[in-house]
Structures are given as C-alpha cells and as structure tokens.
Design a protein around this ligand. Structure first.
Ligand code: C2E
Ligand code: CA
Ligand code: CA
Ligand code: CA
Length: 279
C-alpha cells in the first residue's frame, strides 16, 4: 500500500482495480476487524533440500475485508505499524500460529517449526515476551516449535534492548531467524551480536541466480557463512528447478518459495504435511 495525500490511503492489488479508501476509515475497520475475526493466516511450507520433507511453515497474515475483499500484508501492515494496531494484531497472529501448529501435532502430523514475523513496533513494545509466553502457554505448543522472524534493521535500530530480548527468547527455547538477510546495512554485525538460529537469504539474491554471476557468488558466500556459524540457512523465493539445483550444489539446507508451495490455508497445509512421512 502506498500513501496518497493526507488521509487518502491507496489500496493496490493486481487482482482488482485500484481503490482509494480513507486511511482513518481503514484504521477503524482494522480495529473492529481484529475483534470480528476478519484476519486469517496462510502457511507457506519450508523444505529440507536433502530429504525433501517439510520441516517448517511461515505464517503470513491476510485480511478478509467485508467490502474490499482479501487484503495482503503489503496493503495494511504499514498502517498497522504506524498506528500501533500491529500490537493487538501481532498478538493474535502469534496465538493463532501457535494454536494451529499444536493442532497439527495433535492430529499426529510430523512436528514442524512455525515462523512468525515480528515487526519493529511489536519488538519495542515491552509486552512481546509476555505475549509470546502467553501464546505458548494457552496453546500448549513447545517453545522449540516457534520461530520469530526479525529483520536486521529492527535489530540494529534497537540494539541494546534487542540483545536482551533475544537472549530472553533463546533462554525459553524459541528459535530466532534473521529475515531478508543481506538487504540491510549491518548484516554481519547482526550475526555477531545476536543469538540467532537461522538466516533467511533475501529473495532479491535468489531471483536472478540463473543469469547473475554476482548473485550466485553472494548466495554461495551467505550459505557457507551460515554453515560456519552453525546457523540453519533458508533460501527464500525459490521459483524454479534451476534455482533449486544451484542451491543444492551449495548445500543450502532449507528452501521456501513458489516452486515448492505457495502460502495456503491450514486445511491444505495439513494435507500436504500428512503426505510427509515421519522419518
Ligand atoms: P516476508 O516475511 O519476506 O514473507 C515472504 C513473502 O514472500 C510473502 O509475501 C510470500 O507470499 C512471498 N513469497 C514466498 N515465496 C515467494 C516466491 O517464490 N516468489 C515471490 N515473488 N514471492 C514469494 P506476503 O504474504 O505478501 O507478505 C509480505 C510481507 O508482509 C512479509 O514479507 C512480511 O514482512 C509481512 N508480513 C506477513 N505476515 C505478517 C505478520 O503476521 N506480521 C508482520 N509483522 N508482518 C507480516
Ligand atoms: Ca518473513
Ligand atoms: Ca523474507
Ligand atoms: Ca542482481
């Protein structure tokens, strides 16, 4: 979504004509939409490249708006951040993602890690740790099956607080991923300072792998750096067999992208997971 003037807020989506709605109206609708259960999650599978099994999911939020239809995060997350509504929304996302992951385990499916995106505002809000512990306690999910995805800019902007918070999260057993790795200005500093468990290579380095020699070098270097540091590495945005083959040749452990599966609803994901046999 992009801003258009003082209170106009442009909603843009390829599947329907461009609409302009009032920003304050959308905000108010977001507030009630959270209470009315208009938000839902889709799950994108993450695969181990060697075994071919699903090892994780990333939870991605969508908004089923009563008039505008389905809205994607790009159309409302910035507004949620700006207004602070990301705090109650993020709390709901955490709870729902944990509940669903626990449900799949109760259904007898292979346990997987659930990645949840955390934004700067949630991170600054001192309630994040209690939201996380409440979500785990209420749903009965073990901490080791929850992974928080944070960006390097978030970490660097709030460095002192972030180190403390991340240490607390690691102490309770959570996984911590650095998202969109390589796009910020302090990627290497972040690796050094924070107790991360996973590194997600940004899609922009994967997109042009087939023809961009420097992107190939960068991807290869990030994968071996991750390995040296004992971090799991995920390549995001893998869209072709050719990209997959290259990543396999670099011994990249985990992959995520349209080539393997698009974000999908919980029912479809559960069926897909059921086809992944227990090792
Ligand atoms: P992200 O965390 O980098 O999430 C990955 C995005 O890339 C998702 O878009 C996903 O659908 C898309 N994607 C996955 N594989 C491919 C591929 O092979 N090709 C291409 N072109 N795209 C791919 P989505 O769902 O629109 O989410 C966009 C962003 O919105 C996310 O980027 C994340 O930053 C944010 N977001 C999503 N859900 C949440 C949430 O619950 N809380 C917060 N704070 N942010 C969220
Ligand atoms: Ca993410
Ligand atoms: Ca990402
Ligand atoms: Ca490039």
């Amino acid at each position: 979504a992009k801003s258009s003037g003082r209170d106009g807020f442009k909603i843009y989506d390829q599947t329907r004509p461009e609409k302009s709605v009032n920003k304050l109206t959308l905000l108010e609708e977001m507030r009630t939409g959270i209470e009315n259960g208009e938000f839902f999650l889709e799950y994108q599978p993450q695969y181990n490249l060697v075994s071919g099994r699903i090892v994780g999911a990333e939870a991605l939020v969508r908004w089923q708006h009563p008039v505008l239809g389905r809205l994607m995060p790009g159309e409302f997350i910035a507004l949620a951040e700006e207004s602070g509504l990301i705090v109650p929304l993020g709390r709901w996302v955490l709870h729902e993602a944990c509940r669903q992951n626990r449900q799949w385990q109760d259904d007898g499916l292979t346990p997987i890690t659930m990645g949840v995106n955390v934004s700067v505002r949630q991170f600054r809000d001192s309630g994040l740790i209690s939201d996380v512990t409440a979500a785990l306690k209420d749903t009965g999910l073990e901490a080791g099956y929850l992974e928080l995805e944070v960006t390097e800019s978030l970490l660097i902007q709030n460095a002192d607080q972030a180190v403390r918070l991340m240490d607390d999260f690691r102490r309770i057993g959570l996984k911590l991923a650095i998202d969109d790795f390589g796009t910020g200005y302090s990627s290497l500093a972040a690796l050094k300072s924070f107790p991360l468990t996973r590194l997600k290579i940004d899609r922009s380095f994967i997109r042009d792998l087939d023809f961009d020699e420097s992107d190939r070098s960068i991807a290869r270097a990030i994968i071996s750096l991750g390995r040296e540091l004992g971090l799991n590495v995920v390549a995001e945005g893998v869209e072709s067999a050719k990209q997959q083959a290259f990543l396999a040749s670099c011994r990249c452990e985990t992959v995520q992208g349209f080539h393997f599966g698009r974000p999908m609803n919980a029912t479809r994901f559960g069926k897909l997971l059921a086809m992944t046999l227990t090792p």
